[in-house]
Design a protein around this ligand. Structure first.
Ligand code: SF4
Length: 93
């Protein structure tokens, strides 16, 4: 019966979207939405040195370590768990 099938539970740091099928697929396979392995820490993309804010008619966060295009497919969400490439932001001293 269909009721016996396991229900996939998305991690609490990821909200699936129909407009991001590639990212949904990566997270469903246990990866970061951009396809890298997840970091072995509790950091988020929001604290990463490779995160950049692009401003034009709107505001989008992108990652300089991945493909950057004018598409939602390359947008980064601040709440996402960090990937294996995560690097601490340099200290502002
Ligand atoms: S390198 Fe990884 S952790 Fe850092 S912003 Fe890019 S995707 Fe997020």
């Amino acid at each position: 019966m269909i009721d016996d099938l396991p229900v996939f539970e998305w991690p609490d740091w990821y909200r699936p979207s129909k407009s991001r099928p590639r990212q949904n697929s990566a997270v469903a396979r246990g990866l970061h939405p951009m396809g890298m392995r997840l970091a072995a820490n509790s950091e988020k993309c929001s604290s990463c040195a490779f995160l950049v804010l692009k401003k034009r008619a709107g505001r989008w966060y992108k990652c300089t370590k991945t493909r950057m295009a004018g598409s939602v497919q390359t947008d980064i969400r601040l709440r996402w768990a960090a990937c294996e490439l995560w690097k601490a932001e340099p200290c502002g001293d």
